[in-house]
Design a protein around this ligand. Structure first.
Ligand code: SF4
Ligand code: SF4
Length: 334
């Protein structure tokens, strides 16, 4: 257990990412959260945008609402919209206050608005004064946005992706840490692209500028594997170091994290699914399964009209249109 930056929260190294809660029902959600508690996890991160996640978490914790520190976040950019979302989150999470409320995925385009008189930050500061939230944080996929936001001294925490194959956040995390802010690692398993969760988490626990890791977890087995990985403080073995080197060299930083921000596609292609199936085709020896899924989709990569409407929406700057050509070529040659 350690204190997250200068916040009031003393937490486990492993936190609970709320995205997968969208894929389970309420009774499964209760079981997962109970299991997380038993494992020593005491920090949950969710979002207004994760459909039912806040509601299910609130329901699961209603008997004991303060058994976890709760963090959530909103894409609201204006004062009024943020005010409304804070009240909505309190209602769905069934709490009189929220421990950490974050501006969700701030990009360059909305930066000035958020910090303006009519911006979301003013609503967060007011809510903090009223005791509705305890801490204000920020999440982003942009290094430059986070860098500027850290300089404002308005935030107690920063949240950014970091994992074996995505280390572009190192400098901003170090800067935030040096200022006494809490550092929260989203996508520690690269959105599921890193299959060996134990290796991925052990790698991150060795980096002193990272505080809490919040992988999404949808069952008991994942919770156990992840908790045991963060508790293992032995040095990385030769084999682990070699595996990390292999992943860094072979996955590069131009791969799809399945975040879905690029959607919807003009012609209805499920964009991240195309890259997922390509991964299965290449990496996991599941060729038949991948080909069946690809061919049975209503639309697949071969239907791409290369309009590039999706590309500005990808926070990782992927050349989706070109990648669709690569995927369809891979499948068509079989
Ligand atoms: S470039 Fe292709 S994948 Fe992207 S929106 Fe257009 S049709 Fe869809
Ligand atoms: S293509 Fe980009 S925006 Fe779309 S799911 Fe992949 S990483 Fe996310």
């Amino acid at each position: 257990m350690f204190r997250l930056g200068k916040t009031h929260m003393t937490i486990n190294k492993l936190g609970f990412g709320g995205i997968p809660i969208q894929r389970v029902d309420i009774s499964e959600c209760k079981q997962i959260i109970n299991q997380a508690k038993k494992s020593g996890i005491n920090f949950i991160d969710t979002a207004v945008g994760y459909t039912v996640s806040e509601e299910y978490i609130g329901e699961a914790l209603k008997e004991n609402p303060h058994s976890f520190y709760l963090a959530t976040k909103s894409m609201a950019r204006t004062y009024e919209a943020m005010k409304k979302d804070i009240l909505g989150s309190l209602d769905r999470l069934k709490r009189s206050y929220i421990d950490l409320y974050q501006i969700h995925n701030l990009g360059e385009a909305d930066y000035e608005l958020v910090f303006s008189e009519n911006g979301a930050l003013r609503a967060l500061k007011e809510a903090k004064e009223q005791g509705l939230i305890k801490e204000i944080g920020i999440t982003s996929h942009s290094v430059s946005v986070l860098d500027r936001a850290i300089d404002t001294d308005e935030f107690a925490t920063v949240q950014f992706p970091f994992n074996i194959v995505e280390n572009q956040g190192e400098e901003v995390f170090r800067k935030a840490k040096a200022k006494g802010m809490g550092t929260i690692v989203m996508k520690p398993l690269a959105g599921g692209a890193l299959e060996d969760a134990r290796l991925a988490l052990r790698y991150l626990t060795k980096l002193d500028f990272l505080d809490v890791l919040i992988p999404g977890m949808a069952d008991e087995k994942e919770i156990k594997v992840n908790q045991s990985a963060v508790e293992d403080d032995s040095p990385l073995t030769e084999k682990e170091l070699a595996d990390i080197k292999y992943l860094k060299e072979n996955m590069g930083d131009k791969f799809c994290r399945r975040c879905g921000y690029c959607m919807p596609c003009t012609v209805g292609i499920n964009i991240p699914m195309q890259f997922l199936l390509e991964g299965y085709l290449r990496r996991y020896d599941l060729e038949t399964w991948a080909v069946d899924r690809y061919n049975s989709s209503d639309k697949n990569a071969s239907d791409c009209i290369h309009c590039k409407e999706c590309e500005p929406r990808c926070p990782y700057g992927l050349s989706i249109s070109e990648m669709m050509v690569r995927v369809s070529t891979e499948f068509d040659k079989l």
